[in-house]
Design a protein around this ligand. Sequence first.
Ligand code: ZLV
Ligand code: CA
Ligand code: ZN
Length: 397
Amino acid sequence: DYGLERPQGYNVSFHYNPHVEYHHFGSSHPMKPWRLTLTKQLVLSYGLEYTMDLYEPRPANFNELAIFHDREYLSYLSEITPQNAKPDDAQYIAYGFGGDSNDCPVFDGLWNYVSLYTGASMSAAYNLLNKQSDIAINWSGGLHHAKKNLASGFCYVNDIVIAIQLLLTQHQRVLYIDIDVHHGDGVEQAFESTDRVFTLSFHKYGIDRHGWPFFPGTGNIDEIGPKDPANRGKAHSLNIPIDDGIDDHQYKSLFKTVTSKVVEKYNPQAIVLQSGADSLGGDRLGRFNLNIKAHGSCIETVKSFGRPLILIGGGGYTPRNVARTWCHETAVCVGATLHDDLPTHIPYLQAFQGEENGGGRLYPDLHNTKRHDNLNTDPALQKLVERAMENLRYMEG
Ligand code: ZLV
Ligand code: CA
Ligand code: ZN
């Protein structure tokens, strides 16, 4: 009686350690780990826990994080606290903690936090490797900006790179797809010298009226990886730069056209999909105008390729809508259809009732919360697709 129908089976697993929820970046910081509490509550309220295998993964350890990250960086990360941090220290600045914006604050339990979300991505990867799951989900991961020795854009450890490295022990070619509104620069950079990972990111790209580039400022259409034919990573990245206000129809068609072509040409043996929810309409940091079902249609498209899949979170700065989206996308994975009326017995129901837009509903019209005019014309998007197809022709030599 949950409005839950589940016609046919994919083996889906859900990897989540609830301790990750209790970490705080600071009250004015847009990244709110408690959006994961809301997500879990919605998933449970629809009874989705009965449709998949639940795991509570252990935190990743130092050596596991060192699969990708420099040991000196990890030592620093494991020891730093708000009490012992010295903001003038050369290492503090070099490792990405300083700066005016303070995107990457040092908060209590930081090491525990990064170990927990990375442990969950590793657990998801192991489930694909031992064939326990067709689709493995970790909504706490997806921290795509972290570099091997640098914290960047709310990301300290790159759980995606580590999960992909695990998949590479058995799979010859892994496709990484990123629908977060920001460019997946850390993952792209980590695999720029190999042809065994293809990275594809859709994101806002451009300069605002104050002359600031949208973070991180990389990912234009010409960025396809090394151009040197001797480099095996040549043309194994594809970037789809998008302007403010893209709508459901445009995004769905852009995503399906480009992604289908990449899968056809690259023929990956596994796929990792970063489903950042900051590409939704009304997001605090985002610029797009997508509704929940349009965002979710990207997951449906990727699922239809029928390859082993890791689905991970990422950005998302309007917590209730993040929870709605990731609950919907969990349902897409298991093949369930959910009622628009939220179940009435959820502990955090009040959080979803008092909203002026969408109160009590799973699928509010986020187009109503539009603050960004659509600057994407259909002819411009058409051109973009043509450029993307051209870039794909460089892949084979
Ligand atoms: O969603 O906003 O723009 C994965 C993810 O992709 C910047 N950082 C840096 C570079 C100079 N600026 C700072 C401008 C700050 C503008 C105000 C904030 C308010 C409080 C705290 C942070 C922000 C903020 N920071 C908004 N956008 C940024 C980006 C980083 C975006 C990371 C996206 C992470 C989880
Ligand atoms: Ca992206
Ligand atoms: Zn983002």
